[in-house]
Design a protein around this ligand. Sequence first.
Ligand SMILES: NC(=O)c1ccc[n+]([C@@H]2O[C@H](COP(=O)([O-])OP(=O)(O)OC[C@H]3O[C@@H](n4cnc5c(N)ncnc54)[C@H](OP(=O)(O)O)[C@@H]3O)[C@@H](O)[C@H]2O)c1
Length: 510
Amino acid sequence: MPTDYVNPLRDPRDKRLPRIAGPSGIVIFGVTGDLSRKKLMPAIYDLANRGLLPPGFALVGFARRDWANEDFSKVVHDAVREYARTPFSEEVWRHLAEGFRFVQGSFGDDDAFDTLAATLADLDRVRGTGGNHAFYFSIPPGAFPVVLQQLRRSGLADPHGDEWRRVVIEKPFGHDLASAQELNGIVNDVFPSESVFRIDHYLGKETVQNLLALRFANQLYEPIWNANYVDHVQITMAEDIGIGGRAGYYDGIGAARDVIQNHLLQLLALTAMEEPVSFSPAQLRTEKVKVLSAVRLPADLSASTARGQYAGGWQGGQKVIGYLQEEGISRSSTTETYAAVKLLVDTRRWAGVPFYLRTGKRLGKRVTEIAVVFKRAPHLPFSYTDTEELGSNALVIRVQPDEGVTIRFGSKVPGPAMEVRDVNMDFSYGQSFTEASPEAYERLILDVLLGEPSLFPQDEEVELSWRILDPVEAHWARQRGGVDQYVSGTWGPASADAMMARDGRTWRRP
Ligand SMILES: NC(=O)c1ccc[n+]([C@@H]2O[C@H](COP(=O)([O-])OP(=O)(O)OC[C@H]3O[C@@H](n4cnc5c(N)ncnc54)[C@H](OP(=O)(O)O)[C@@H]3O)[C@@H](O)[C@H]2O)c1
């Protein structure tokens, strides 16, 4: 049975004490890529800087470039200098960099994997990594199966005695339900399910975890968190940027597969689930699976979904080009850069309450939020003109940026008349806590090294999410006449506004 390092000074019941990873190392496949440079390398340094990695930690990079260990070390150094969250410490860096190795090779190359196995065996000896290795797949999804086969062939997937081997898989996990099931089959053939960590980096965000604290540590919200009081829920992830240099990845995937299938459905699950018996990984997963199983698409998908593609426009004072003009995108592409879906959750708690999910690129603002919008008070003992500017009460969890929670409610406008207008009450992480929030990848990489699976979606959750999205994709594939356009810097296509208007509602303008 693999065991984790146990800090003898730590009371395991005290979650406030720092959790420090035991002897271990991480191999990053695709280490020369964008994700690795901007997120993974800085997160590893930040963990080391916070004293959360073991003294002999090892980082092995694997890619095709002809780099020596020193070249690799220089690339990590530059990435850390540019993107790390915590201040640079020469001493921490020197210590960490002693554990860096680079293995050159292609995924189809048996010799490269044999070299990797020899490198890890050597690190076990000189750095004391104890045969505990995490394999991080920061690679094109098409390469997942071949790397898994290589790990099996070279024996790297098989721990001996108390050692552990874990695999970390980046999104996208499949392209639809069938491909996700196939991939789950391949992964589970090589690694047991408790050793598979599927990344949804949204779950590593403090604000997302705070959703559980907000709901289940307080008495205030849970009594009204249901169909008796909630009118609808809006979950938004808006980006103000375009696809950048990621045409190869994005075209053919689109906004719904890229964001709704994973991040937004996970946020829906955490918003709508019942209270878990405990926060153990199994109990948390049980509740998420229950709610994802209860999600239903409305019958008329033309009326309850919308998609669009950004056209040129202005953003942040700059003129920007449309999706079809981006480098590497076919002029006839029908990939959506905006997607909106209405979902229902068939449980007693949520009967009849729509959940509206939307995401898009080149929208008015970069913002991710969950807005729980409440029903109007059943009776307003005011004249109509007094409450003309009164909206609905709302509780908004601001996931990013400006992390926090806002409650919107009606308040009397100062003066002789009884005029009521919406005001906001704000909680802001930045103002309430002195500790800065760690980056999502810091939390998630540490959890992998600790063998803590709570924040990683399991195979069933991934498959249920595809089961929800597949009919929408099939519906869009059948539609003729291309995709609606929206001007960059606005809030999406007119069809998305029409979708809400049909229900007598409007999208929030965060
Ligand atoms: N970028 C992001 O912000 C982001 C966010 C979420 C998820 N992801 C996911 O994370 C993964 C990586 O994304 P990325 O943006 O970093 O990709 P990327 O910049 O295209 O990097 C891909 C990496 O894979 C390596 N690679 C490709 N084919 C290879 C082969 N046959 N043998 C050996 N190495 C090979 C490349 O190394 P060489 O060319 O040097 O050999 C490169 O290091 C993808 O699955 C993506 O969907 C990315």
